[in-house]
Design a protein around this ligand. Structure first.
Ligand SMILES: Nc1ncnc2c1ncn2[C@@H]1O[C@H](COP(=O)(O)OP(=O)(O)OP(=O)(O)O)[C@@H](O)[C@H]1O
Length: 775
């Protein structure tokens, strides 16, 4: 049927986040304390569960008290109707062809099912929204025809079941170019009243998998999605237009820690699957939240069925409400804070909404065309039917060949899914590690800033702000590390599956099956894997190039800002046998980041109140050189993100002490075409850099070239003593072999440079290794 999609006018909406705290249950009242305070309908305070903390701890910020604010916050006294009244505006659009999603998110026993389904006395959001839809339809004064249908599914152990069908089989997800993700074969029942849907809801709920755990007597073991579709048919003199609005109401399964819920066997396996899909959801929320802030592109929807189903609700065409449910009990502190943390991130998520319009033109000519099309389709179907009938009468040998082909289809499908999954996982892992590298850089800057500020500040407000920020960063790092471990495990599973698939293919080739096809399949698989590697490498390289360019630009800005002119530097470099390959981007003076009275536009300290400019900001924060290595340095099978000393940023060491990349800074040695001769060889490197930088420094500070050269010699002597440099001129700087904190004496150097008084006389290099993104 010809369907013309009207040009969609898109509108951006922000995900609405409401928090609902349930009352203490009768059992909890005997053993637990209420630690939640909801103030001014928007703020939630989670008190420190440890009552022994005294006043001093509190004012010195040693308590675990947390504060958050959301679009709406509801205390234990609030009913589901109270919640619904605040979020119901989302639903009105459904009868006008807009999509809406409401989902409850929280730990086990926090009140998700109570909020979504509710009780007879306190009906939940599913029930209330159904009534609203039918009320709105009743009140609709137009001559349009409105039809309502509903489906209800559950995702249990990563398998989709139809809750409106008795003993439903497994259902599959399909990507439909027009309608996005759809569940093939899901029953969609036409309904005339809210009561009919409630009846279906009741039947569906009775089929849902629930278990009694120690935390919740009727804990939901599956994620349930109730979808209401409102089809509006509008007729006018030009034809017929159909608007289709969808409302998805989602009750997620309870997440729990096995140790807390005391579960085992099948229940434990369920829990693992539930946690896996909730982790996937949390990762999507994380990525989407960060995407708004930092423009990261990859959101790992494909990691679970749940996230694929919720994709539209999370970032596509939908007005979305997240109701974060929390328990007030003190023993639930960690779950509560975890839920609120994700809810806080979800506030950043934005969706694009537009009406789902399909137009059916009804002119006579169009009818004729439609009839023609239908005739063709009928012919087609007849042929297919005839084919199937003849297949049923096939000879056994033909039947076997046919079975083999369908088996090959499955194999080919699985192979391609396996490859796709691997690409997704590696992208996700890479992004996580990138993010954590950035987090670690910020952490170092914060440590510097806190140390500085502690000395000069009296009332401690800025230090307090910096510490809170530090805590946020630490939490992010921990979460990302955890997520990274999950991804690595999934990659391992993916690799195991990959091996299985390959051996199935090999076996089939050997057993003389459809050889040509299998050979092609095998080639396809191998090419697919090679493609994965290439895509991944390309992503890394692009990132590295980007970072290096930025570091180079910043370095030039810094040098120019210190009062040197470009020509002088070029001459000096040529004299020292170093060519500068890339043309330098022109820049204008004065350089704002060098002005001690203003804050640097490049400086991350700008975001911290009261910190105008870190004394070393122009070097320490602009040259984010750690980033460059995090994705590249791969040494002795270890991903070497280098422990980086804070103070070394303030010396010229960064040029040679960190660089494993020949093209870093775009310089290379003239005497040899091999770039490594300049930066890879510590002994020669020391000589070159001594010469070059001591000359530079004589222009920067009032000390002599000899002072600086002797300072550098002292430092290198120290390095040599610690056996790093005595392994010959081609030895690489063995960061990953350094057993512990490593000291570089840079006392003379820093005082010569007179950049600032150092906090200590020693700069410390701590080797820090983390797992590499798997090649
Ligand atoms: N607002 C509320 N008022 C009264 N009781 C509530 C409220 N919210 C939740 N409860 C009670 O708390 C208990 C747990 O609630 P519920 O089953 O809804 O949690 P859940 O988050 O869905 O758990 P799971 O994830 O394990 O399925 C139930 O006994 C429920 O009746």
């Amino acid at each position: 049927m010809p369907s013309i999609r009207a040009p969609a006018t898109k509108q951006t909406a922000t995900l609405m986040v409401a928090v609902k705290c349930r009352p203490l249950t009768d059992v909890e009242r005997l053993r637990s304390r209420n630690i939640i305070q909801v103030t001014d309908d928007k703020s939630v305070i989670v008190l420190d569960p440890d009552l022994s903390k005294d006043y001093l701890d509190r004012i010195q910020n040693r308590t675990k008290e947390k504060r958050y604010s959301f679009d709406h916050a509801f205390g234990p006294e609030c009913t589901n109707v109270d919640v619904y009244q605040r979020i119901s505006s989302t639903i009105a659009g459904v009868i006008q062809g807009l999509n809406a999603t409401i989902f409850a998110y929280g730990s086990t026993g926090s009140g998700k099912t109570y909020t979504m389904v509710g009780t007879h006395r306190d009906p939940g959001l599913m029930v209330l929204s159904l009534h609203t839809i039918f009320d709105l339809i009743k009140k609709d004064k137009s001559s349009d025809v409105l039809e309502v249908s509903c489906s209800y599914l559950e995702v249990y152990n990563e398998v989709i079941y139809d809750l409106l069908v008795k003993s439903s089989g497994h259902l599959e997800l399909r990507e439909d170019p027009e309608n996005g993700i759809i569940v093939a074969g899901l029953r969609n029942i036409k309904v005339q009243s809210a009561d009919k849907i409630l009846e279906l809801l009741h039947v569906g709920n009775s089929r849902r998998k629930t278990e009694s755990t120690e935390v919740n007597a009727t804990s939901s073991r599956s994620h349930a999605v109730l979808e209401i579709t409102v089809k509006r048919t509008q007729r006018n003199q030009y034809g017929t237009q159909i608007l289709r609005g969808k409302l998805a109401l989602v009750d997620l399964a309870g997440s729990e820690r096995a140790s807390e819920t005391n579960i085992a066997g099948q229940k434990l396996r369920d829990g693992a699957n539930i946690n896996k899909s909730l982790l996937a959801l949390a990762n999507c929320i994380n990525a989407l939240g960060k995407q708004q802030k930092r423009g990261l592109a990859y959101v790992p929807y494909r990691n679970s069925k749940l996230t694929r189903i919720l994709k539209d609700g999370l970032s596509g065409n939908s007005r979305t409400v997240m109701v974060a449910t929390i328990s007030p009990a003190d023993d639930q502190y960690h779950h509560t804070v975890n839920t609120l943390k994700y809810a806080d991130r979800a506030k950043e998520i934005k969706t694009q909404i537009h009406k789902n319009i399909g137009t059916v033109d009804t002119h006579v000519e169009d009818y004729k065309r439609m009839i023609e099309n239908l005739k063709v389709e009928v012919c087609h179907l007849r042929e297919e039917l005839a084919d199937k009938e003849s297949q049923l009468n096939l000879k056994p040998s033909e039947k076997a060949a046919d079975e083999e082909l369908s088996w090959l289809d499955v194999l080919s499908c699985e192979t391609s899914e396996n490859v796709q999954e691997r690409i997704n996982l590696q992208k996700a892992l890479f992004e996580l590690e990138e993010t954590n590298t950035r987090n670690r850089i910020e952490l170092q800057h914060l440590d510097d800033a806190i140390a500085k500020q502690q000395v000069i500040e009296r009332d401690g407000t800025v230090v307090h702000a910096l510490r809170s920020r530090r805590q946020v960063i630490l939490d992010n790092i921990r979460d990302n590390d955890e997520a990274g471990t999950g991804y690595r495990k999934e990659i391992e599973l993916n690799e195991t599956r990959q091996c299985q698939l390959q051996s199935m293919i090999d076996e089939a080739i050997n057993s003389n099956g459809n050889k040509t096809y299998l050979h092609i399949l095998s080639q396809y698989r191998l090419l697919g894997m090679a493609n994965t590697e290439l895509q991944f490498e390309m992503a890394i390289r692009e990132q590295v190039i980007h970072n290096q360019r930025e570091a180079q630009r910043n370095l030039w800005n810094m040098l120019m800002g210190l009062g040197l002119d470009q020509k002088y530097l070029m001459d000096l470099a040529v004299k020292q046998g170093i060519t500068i390959e890339e043309p330098i981007t022109p820049f204008t003076k004065p350089f704002p980041f060098l002005d001690h009275t203003t804050s640097s536009p490049y400086s991350p300290y700008q975001q911290y109140p009261g910190i105008n400019r870190h004394p070393f900001a122009s070097q320490a924060c602009v040259l984010q050189h750690h980033q460059d290595f995090s994705s590249t340095a791969y040494y002795k099978g270890q991903y070497n993100a280098h422990g980086l000393c804070r103070q070394e940023h303030h010396s010229s060491y960064y040029l040679f002490s960190h660089d494993h990349s020949p093209s870093y800074l775009g310089m290379k040695h003239q005497a040899s075409e091999s770039p490594s001769s300049c930066f890879f060889t510590p002994v020669k490197l020391a000589r070159d850099t001594h010469g070059f930088y001591s000359e530079l420094r004589t222009r920067l500070c009032p000390c002599t070239k000899e002072d600086i050269t002797s300072s550098l010699n002292e430092d290198f002597e120290q390095l040599r003593k610690e056996s790093c440099l005595d392994r010959g001129p081609t030895a690489k700087f063995p960061y990953s072999n350094i057993p512990g904190p490593y000291h570089i004496n840079y006392k003379t150097l820093s005082s010569c440079a007179d950049l600032s008084k150092p906090q200590s006389q020693f700069a410390t290099i701590r080797p820090r290794t983390c797992n590499p993104p798997r090649p």
